[in-house]
Write a protein that binds this ligand. Structure first.
Ligand SMILES: Nc1ncnc2c1ncn2[C@@H]1O[C@H](COP(=O)(O)OP(=O)(O)O)[C@@H](O)[C@H]1O
Ligand SMILES: [Mg+2]
Length: 172
C-alpha cells in the first residue's frame, strides 16, 4: 500500500493508507490486482455443488465471497451448495427482491446478498450492509461487480463464465 493513496470509495469515513476505520474498510486506488488467478472448470451442476462444499469447508468468520457472472451462470446454485456445506438446513432461495437473506444454524451464519437491484452504495448503507460484511458470518454476494467500491480487498472474488453444455468456469 502506498504512503499516500487516493480513496475512491463512497464509505462514510475516508482514510489514507488502507487501515480499517470503524466499520468500513475501503477499496483504495493503488491496490494491485491479484496476478495468481485460479481457474476451476466444472462440467455439470454436481461439480458446481462440490466446489460450493469446498468453499464452505474453507470459509472463516468474516469472509466475503464476491460472485460475478451473468444471469443463469449459477451464482445462486453455488450459494446453495455453500449453505449446504456450512450445514444450513433451511432452503436457500435467491434474495432477488429483498437483497439479503440471513441463515443461521450452520457452522457459520450465511449472509446471502443479491445486489442486482440496488441503486448504488447508498442503498447498501440503508440496508446496514456493514453489519453483515464485517460480522461473524460468511457473506456471499451475487452481482458483486455492482458494488466494487464496497468490497474489501480481501474478498474472495469469483467470476463465473459459461462453458459448453452445462459447464462453467470459475476464475478466482
Ligand atoms: N454447472 C452448473 N452450475 C450451476 N448451475 C447450473 C449448471 N448447469 C446447469 N445449471 C443450471 O443453471 C441455472 C443457474 O441458475 P442460478 O443458480 O439461479 O443462476 P444465477 O444465480 O447466476 O442467475 C440453474 O437452473 C441450474 O440448474
Ligand atoms: Mg441468482
Amino acid at each position: 500500500m502506498g504512503s499516500l493513496t487516493l480513496c475512491v470509495c463512497y464509505a462514510k469515513m475516508c482514510l489514507i493508507g488502507g487501515r480499517r476505520h470503524g466499520y468500513a474498510r475501503h477499496y483504495l486506488g493503488g491496490v494491485k490486482p491479484p496476478t495468481d488467478m485460479n481457474k476451476r472448470i466444472v462440467k455439470n451442476e454436481e461439480e458446481t455443488r462440490e466446489f460450493g462444499l469446498e468453499l464452505a469447508a474453507a470459509a472463516s468468520a468474516g469472509q466475503i465471497i464476491a460472485l460475478t457472472g451473468g444471469l443463469g451462470t449459477g451464482k445462486t446454485t453455488l450459494t446453495k451448495a455453500i449453505g449446504e456445506g456450512l450445514g444450513i438446513k433451511a432452503m436457500i432461495t435467491s434474495p432477488t427482491y429483498t437483497i439479503i437473506h440471513e441463515y443461521q444454524g450452520g457452522r457459520l451464519p450465511l449472509y446471502h446478498f443479491d445486489v442486482y437491484r440496488i441503486d448504488g452504495a447508498d442503498d447498501m448503507y440503508e440496508l446496514g450492509f456493514e453489519e453483515y460484511f464485517y460480522g461473524g458470518g460468511l457473506t456471499v454476494v451475487e452481482w458483486a461487480d455492482r458494488i466494487p467500491e464496497l468490497l474489501p480487498p480481501d474478498a474472495l472474488r469469483i467470476k463465473i463464465d459459461f462453458m459448453a453444455d452445462a459447464g462453467r468456469i470459475y476464475t478466482y
